[in-house]
Design a protein. Structure first.
Length: 230
């Protein structure tokens, strides 16, 4: 019996058109393109203005682009991997739309399960980060049509994995999925990933500023020195 057949939400049944589009590994190229863009943004924001300023094609003010490049990259990574209209398909597949097209996660072959919490004024934006053996990654919270989250599907898929599978599950994701006890067992089905104390979640924006601000200023200074060097 597949995970799809166990799902209770009526909206999880795909229509024939979308069902034909779902396949394991779908969206792998989009994930790789996004990862490349995330790496290139700081490099291009640093190198391109330096070269153009030295050639006297633009003014030195463009060097301040480095103040924002380290912030833009995480935002691109977040929004490009974020999925919506998530729905299940036969074969333990879960597909969702993203900015780079439809991505399909193979729940039966997950390799990493993380949790992304973005503090807000009223509540945290709380989502699971799923990565499978095909290299597909998607950030999800709810299934299409209603309030049902993907938690039950992911938890069931992890509990069905063989011993020694070694699926990396972060401490915060294990808490959300009620898998901390399972994570501590020695059978190797799950492997402990990154740990973060709950009290630190609310301070993440401040910590990010304290880390990114000096790095951004340093890049601007370095770019200014290189652009003025003989």
């Amino acid at each position: 019996m597949t995970l799809n057949s166990r799902a209770a939400a009526p909206d999880s049944a795909p229509d024939s058109a979308e069902g034909a589009q779902a396949a394991a590994g779908q969206g792998r190229t989009g994930r790789r393109v996004v990862d490349l863009i995330v790496l290139l943004i700081p490099l291009l924001a640093f190198a391109a203005p330096v070269v153009l300023v030295r050639a006297e094609l633009i003014s030195e003010g463009f060097l301040f682009l480095n103040m924002f490049s380290l912030i833009v990259s995480p935002m691109v990574a977040f929004y490009a991997h974020m999925g919506w209209h998530a729905r299940t398909h036969d074969g333990d597949l879960l597909s969702a739309r993203t900015l780079t097209g439809r991505r399909t996660i193979d729940l039966g072959r997950l390799t990493k399960v993380g949790r992304l919490e973005v503090p807000g004024q009223t509540r945290n934006d709380d989502r699971l980060v799923l990565t499978d053996t095909h290299g597909v990654r998607v950030i999800l919270h709810r299934l299409q049509g209603g309030d049902e989250t993907v938690d039950a599907l992911v938890r069931r898929a992890l509990m069905r994995r063989r011993q020694g599978a070694g699926v990396v599950v972060s401490d915060r994701a294990a808490e959300r999925l009620d898998l901390r006890a399972e994570l501590a067992r020695p059978h190797g089905r799950l492997q402990a990933g990154r740990k973060m104390r709950e009290g630190l979640i609310g301070f993440l924006p401040l910590l990010g500023v304290l880390v990114l601000a000096p790095a951004s200023i340093g890049l601007v200074i370095l770019a200014w020195i290189l652009s003025a060097a003989d």
